[in-house]
Design a protein around this ligand. Structure first.
Ligand code: FPP
Length: 250
């Protein structure tokens, strides 16, 4: 179907405010094309651009991309280095485009443990785009949900120890305010590419009520139309939040 035809099927008044994506399948896509894994990551950047552009054009307010998990350090050093280099290059190259499109960059994860060059480049890109307001692009880097939840628990425990917070005052909201995503609304739609139906330690707290959408496409194959398809699918679902269907319809 033509891009514009599919786009027209989206109800702009019922857009998910926050979309999160587990970008998976770069390696398998490269293999399928007889290329090294790094080639897959390089082509993954193209898909990052498409998804970001499509989301911003529609009016989605937050787009979170799982770019590097705390478990990804276990990959061969060569691949980890290539991913970090690609990240630095992409940030450097795309800051202008982000500014031109009024997109703010943010990052979640154990960022200080990134290679220093990468960390510095990231902070610079965040600083340079901080006043943009059309959409926030959140990169999850050296991120895992268990890291984030453990960290929040530690921060809260320290306050209890210091007597600045009472255990009975720890609510859902207090807990959420200690997560890396504290100023970001929960994702309403979570997309994973490559046919895997797993969450892989991504935003475990925040996706409590997210709609999950799995596509067999490998990440480098993902285009604007595929984001539109995911959103249309999302809009055709009934979100009940624990209520009955009748309660929702009245
Ligand atoms: C998953 O494919 C992808 C990643 C672990 C990295 C994603 C990185 C990019 C798309 C490029 C850089 C990103 C930014 C934001 C500049 P995989 O390697 O797990 O694929 P496989 O499951 O087929 O092996």
């Amino acid at each position: 179907m033509k891009e514009s035809d599919l786009k027209d099927k989206i109800d702009i008044n019922k857009l998910p405010v926050h979309i999160a994506i587990i970008m998976d399948g770069n390696g398998r896509w490269a293999k399928k094309n007889g290329q090294p894994r790094v080639f897959g990551h390089q082509n993954g950047v193209k898909a990052v651009r498409e998804a970001t552009e499509a989301a911003a054009e529609l009016g989605v307010k937050y787009l979170t991309l799982y770019a590097f998990s705390t478990e990804n350090w276990n990959r061969p050093a060569f691949e980890v280095n290539a991913l970090m280099t690609l990240l630095v290059q992409t940030l450097r190259k795309e800051v202008q485009t982000l500014n031109k499109n009024n997109i703010r960059l943010q990052a979640i994860g154990d960022l200080e443990k990134l290679p220093s060059k990468c960390y510095r480049e990231l902070l610079e890109a965040i600083e340079k785009t901080k006043d943009n307001s059309r959409m926030t692009l959140v990169l999850a880097l050296n991120y895992s949900a268990k890291w984030e939840i453990t960290r929040a628990t530690r921060l809260i425990a320290e306050q209890v120890k210091k007597d600045t917070l009472k255990p009975e005052d720890i609510t859902n909201e207090v807990f959420a305010n200690h997560l890396a995503t504290k100023d970001i609304p929960d994702p309403e739609l979570l997309i994973r590419t490559s046919g895997e139906a797993r969450i892989s330690n991504f935003l475990l707290w925040q996706i409590a009520y997210a709609e999950l959408y799995f596509t067999p496409l490998f990440w480098p194959e993902f285009r604007k139309n595929n984001l539109y398809e995911a959103i249309i699918n999302f809009q055709n679902r009934e979100r009940r939040f624990g209520k009955t269907s009748e309660q929702i319809q009245t």
